[in-house]
Ligand binder design. Sequence first.
Ligand SMILES: [Zn+2]
Length: 304
Amino acid sequence: MNIVEKVKFIFFIISTCTLLSCGKDSSSPSNTNSPSISDPTTFVVINEHIHSSLPADWINEYNTIMTNLKNLLPLYKTYYNCIDIYAWNDKVPDPYPGIDGGAYISVKNNDDHQKLFVIEVNNDEFLWNHINRYSVIAHEYFHTYQMTLNSHMNKYDDHPTSFKTKWLIEGTASSFDCLYIQQYYSQNKFSSNQFIVDSAATQNPSIFENYGNDNKDINGASSLFLVWVLAKELQLAGHSESKSFRLMCKDFMQANPNKKNWPDVFQTTFNMSVSDFYSKVSSYNPSINTVLPSTSLTLESIFN
Ligand SMILES: [Zn+2]
C-alpha cells in the first residue's frame, strides 16, 4: 500500500481498536444484589442474532471461532444465565432496536443475569482483511468468561465492590485474543507497529488501574504490556509460561477480586505485592516487542 493508504490504515486501526479494546460494561444500577445464581454444572444459554449485512465467510468463521471458544472455555451459570449476541456490519444503520453499536459486553433488560454481547464490525475490516474482525470475537467472549469466574465483574461499575481494575481485565482479554490469533491464524497482531506502549506504563502504571486514560492506552497496548511484564516476572519467579498465563487469566479472577481487596488477591495469587510489581515494571522498556509470549504457547496449555 502507498503512504496515504498506510496512514489511513493506521488511523483506522487506532480508531477501531480503541473502540473495541474497552468493554462497555453495565454502567447503571440494575439488580442491586445480582450475583447470586450458582449453577456451575449448567451451560449459559447463548442466543445469536447474526445480521445478514455480514459476509457469509465471516459468519462461517464466526461459527468456527465460537465452537473453539466454547470447547476451550465453557461458560457455566455461575453468576448469569444467558448471553444474547448481536453482530452486524457497520455499513448498515444499527439494525437491532435498543442495541447500541460498538463492541462490548453489557446487560440486557437491566438484569445482570442476562448479558448482551455486541459486535459491530467496521466494514473496513472486511475490505482490508484485518484480523480484528475475528480477534474481537475472542476478546469479548473472554470478558464473558471472566464474568463466570468473578462475581464482582457482574456488578455495575460504580458498585462499591465491583471489580474494575482495567489493566488486569483488559490486558488479560487482549492477551487471550492475541494468543487466539497467534494459534489459529499464525499472525502476530504487533507486527505492524500499531501497538505503541505509552511511557506511563513503566513510569506510572497505577493509572491503568482505572478506565479512562485511553490516550495512553491506545489499542489497549499499555494494559497488555503490563500483563505481559507480569508474565515475565512470574516466569522469573519459577513458573512455566503457561502456568504464568493461567495465574493471570484464570486463577486471579477465580479468586474473586473486587475493587477493595484486589491488591490482597494479587499478593496471594502472584506472591508479590502490587507495589513490588510496579517497581519491577519501571526497569522494562515500554515496548510490546520486548515482552512477547513465545509463539509456541497454546491456549490449551494455559486453560486445560
Ligand atoms: Zn475488552
